[in-house]
Design a binder for this molecule. Structure first.
Ligand SMILES: *[C@@H]1O[C@H](CO)[C@@H](O)[C@H](O)[C@H]1NC(C)=O
Ligand SMILES: *[C@@H]1O[C@H](CO)[C@@H](O)[C@H](O)[C@H]1NC(C)=O
Ligand SMILES: *[C@@H]1O[C@H](CO)[C@@H](O)[C@H](O)[C@H]1NC(C)=O
Ligand SMILES: *[C@@H]1O[C@H](CO)[C@@H](O)[C@H](O)[C@H]1NC(C)=O
Ligand SMILES: *[C@@H]1O[C@H](CO)[C@@H](O)[C@H](O)[C@H]1NC(C)=O
Ligand SMILES: *[C@@H]1O[C@H](CO)[C@@H](O)[C@H](O)[C@H]1NC(C)=O
Ligand SMILES: *[C@@H]1O[C@H](CO)[C@@H](O)[C@H](O)[C@H]1NC(C)=O
Ligand SMILES: *[C@@H]1O[C@H](CO)[C@@H](O)[C@H](O)[C@H]1NC(C)=O
Ligand SMILES: *[C@@H]1O[C@H](CO)[C@@H](O)[C@H](O)[C@H]1NC(C)=O
Ligand SMILES: *[C@@H]1O[C@H](CO)[C@@H](O)[C@H](O)[C@H]1NC(C)=O
Ligand SMILES: *[C@@H]1O[C@H](CO)[C@@H](O)[C@H](O)[C@H]1NC(C)=O
Length: 551
């Protein structure tokens, strides 16, 4: 047995240290004083009870920090075939130590990226990995609960491909074959009681059938209403082209998008998003995400181009934002200015608008922010040479770094990023809600309201109120639920405010805590019909007092 006594310390760092300006001078003001560590930063120290385990990755979720630890193999690309995950509850600090009693196949752990995990529902983790059975290399999934108890196992498909999560379960999309066809299998979220998952639909994505083009790459992303989007990058193939005469108008590169909506078996016909007559070296797409203002989705597109002029040639990397609606209509194609002399940058769209530019060399991880139009914002930061890993935590607008492990001790530093646009702790598209978070309410309250930052219309997503269970592992008790378009909800004359009626019985339990769960697609934007993100559980909490008032 391992000694499970651990040291968890949250330290608020109060020291403010200035550092050298390390960014290229052409982009950044030389005046701003740089703060490596600001007063809002949170440092978190984790001490691993098992000697020899090394940090693999950190995955923050709404309520937990998940730290994946592994024993190193002799080959640095591999790990030993055991799975160790630490799940830390961010509120209580309680840690669950999962040391899975299961020996993973060698091909799953070598190289290490043949295995990964996803939190698939409250209390369940999907572990998925490569495994060969009867000579066929496939991808297998295993559901475990937060105690590391094995719940169920499923075959997901080909070993190559992507596993992605939505609020309607998870999907496995295989890598496209030579014909540009990728099979997909869509699974339910684990059953709350048994942890069992079922495949609820399957089908194929078909790349546009264009004889003179070859599929270079494909990419998936999740949709706000639970479906999935799929992008194709196609390149004109001169050897396949029919005309012998060179057509100056030939589109060398094309990008298409297709959508797989909830409760449908057929993805939409691919729509053309981008094409260029430039003979680029390559196009890459990264991290397609929901926009904060209901203008659909945005992807960061990288164009790699070699320019030849006066016998000189050089390679340019340019970043663009490619924004489109869930109808497939293009809404935005703009260059995002980046330092010209730093080639290897990581550019990500932020949840509350704008972008973060991150770049790394042997001794520092530096970042700064850009607004929606790519203008430099006076906001930047750095993780020093003792940090070796970083990631962003999109929905709470945070970047974090991990310090080089010292024996069993790991230190994480979370830096909050400024929210560039209005919005609230509820979501980037909600201005306010009444009653406010943690308010003690009158049990006979007649309605609650949500004010959006844009004009909205009611849609099919649900709004529900749950009473918290005393046992925090048990789901809350449903007190009322209905959909946006159920005729019970109304929109105020400003077109921004939604009024949600409350039943007399909903808050009848005194001395209790409740939360309002607003599903995605509860409302859509009036202007573009795009579904809006909701309010997840345990954010909009309300309570009733313990003093019973008799009338
Ligand atoms: C890394 O960047 C920092 C800050 O820009 C700079 O001081 C340092 O010289 C760089 N190191 C290397 C190895 O390029
Ligand atoms: C980029 O260019 C600026 C000046 O143009 C220079 O100060 C800086 O060191 C350069 N950075 C790198 C990484 O070459
Ligand atoms: C830096 O500050 C000085 C003095 O406040 C000002 O004159 C100058 O314009 C500033 N430069 C930039 C790039 O903001
Ligand atoms: C691991 O599982 C095997 C059989 O499934 C069992 O015999 C063994 O005792 C378990 N080991 C631990 C440490 O729980
Ligand atoms: C995991 O499942 C086991 C067996 O069903 C159960 O005893 C345990 O309480 C579960 N753990 C959690 C955290 O739900
Ligand atoms: C082009 O980019 C794709 C990703 O979009 C990548 O998979 C491929 O290897 C790149 N090709 C070349 C020749 O660099
Ligand atoms: C850009 O393309 C060239 C030529 O294909 C390649 O050598 C280079 O690595 C690419 N650069 C990036 C950053 O992808
Ligand atoms: C370009 O190269 C060619 C042959 O190498 C040479 O004849 C020509 O003068 C060069 N042009 C310039 C502008 O340097
Ligand atoms: C809304 O709630 C109803 C009843 O609980 C349920 O059948 C329906 O699937 C829910 N809709 C969504 C979009 O979750
Ligand atoms: C609200 O929307 C309706 C329908 O589109 C429109 O007629 C009305 O002018 C809008 N009201 C405001 C205050 O914008
Ligand atoms: C209110 O609830 C808390 C926590 O559930 C409990 O400790 C307390 O005794 C309750 N008070 C009354 C008056 O019921």
């Amino acid at each position: 047995m391992f000694n499970l006594k651990v040291l968890i310390t949250f330290i608020c760092l109060i020291s403010v240290v200035s550092s050298q300006n390390i960014l290229s001078r052409d982009i950044l003001s030389q005046n701003g004083s740089l703060h490596d560590i600001s007063p809002q930063d949170i440092s978190f120290i984790y001490e691993e009870p098992i000697d020899g385990l090394k940090f693999v990755t950190l995955l923050p979720t709404y309520n937990h920090l998940m730290i994946w630890m592994a024993f190193e193999d002799e080959d640095p690309e591999c790990m030993l075939p055991y799975f160790h995950l630490r799940i830390i509850n961010k509120i209580t600090g309680q840690t669950n130590y999962i040391d899975l009693n299961y020996t993973l196949p060698a091909e799953a752990v070598c190289p290490i990226n043949n295995i990964d995990f996803l939190p698939v529902a409250d209390n369940y983790i999907l572990l998925y990995y490569a495994k060969t059975t009867n000579g066929i290399k496939g991808k297998h999934g295993m559901i475990i609960n937060y105690s590391g108890e094995f719940m169920s196992e499923i075959y997901l498909g080909n070993a190559d491909g992507y596993v992605a999560l939505s609020n309607e379960g998870f999907i496995n999309i295989e890598k496209p074959d030579e014909k540009g066809i990728s099979a997909w299998h869509w699974y339910s979220s684990p059953n709350i009681e048994t942890g069992e998952v079922v495949e609820h639909s399957s089908g194929e994505f078909h790349a546009p059938n264009l004889p003179s083009y070859t599929l270079v790459d494909s990419l998936n992303f999740d949709l706000v209403d639970g479906g999935f989007g799929f992008l194709y990058i196609l390149k004109y193939d001169e050897t396949k082209g029919s005309s012998v005469i060179k057509d100056p108008n030939v589109q060398y590169w094309r990008i298409y998008v297709s959508f797989l909506k909830v409760k449908t078996d057929l993805p939409t016909k691919p729509s053309l998003l981008y094409e260029t007559t430039q003979k680029l070296n390559n196009i890459t797409l990264r991290l397609c995400t929901l926009t904060y203002n209901a203008e659909g989705y945005i992807c960061v597109m990288t164009l790699n181009n070699t320019i030849t002029n006066n016998n000189k040639s050089w390679t340019e990397i340019n970043y663009y934002q490619l924004g489109f609606l869930s109808t497939g209509a293009l809404v935005r194609l703009e260059i995002i200015p980046t330092p010209t002399n730093i080639t290897d940058i990581d550019l990500r769209a932020l949840y509350y608008g704008g972008f973060i530019v991150i770049y790394q060399n042997a001794s520092a991880i530096d970042f700064y922010l850009l607004d929606d139009n790519g203008n430099y914002m006076q906001s930047q930061g750095s993780f020093g040479p003792e940090f070796f890993f970083y990631n962003t935590y999109r929905t709470i607008s945070t970047i974090f770094g991990v310090k080089e492990q010292a024996k069993n001790k790991l230190e994480f530093l979370f830096k909050p990023l400024p929210k560039l646009k209005k919005g609230s702790e509820f979501s980037p598209v909600i201005e306010s809600a009444k009653p406010s978070i943690n308010e003690v309410i009158d049990p006979l309250i007649k309605e609650i309201t949500i004010k959006y930052t844009i004009p909205v219309k009611l849609s099919t997503g649900n709004v529900s109120i749950f009473q918290l269970n005393d046992d925090k592992y048990k789901p809350g008790l449903l007190r009322q639920t209905f959909s946006g378009d159920s005729k019970l909800c109304t929109i105020g004359s400003d077109n921004h405010t939604v009024h949600i009626p409350i039943f007399e019985s909903t808050f009848s339990q005194q001395n209790s805590t409740y939360y309002v769960l607003v599903g995605n697609n509860f409302v859509i934007s009036q202007e573009r019909d795009e579904p809006l993100i909701g309010i997840r559980k345990n954010i909009w909490t309300l309570s009733t007092s313990n003093i019973h008032i008799f009338f």
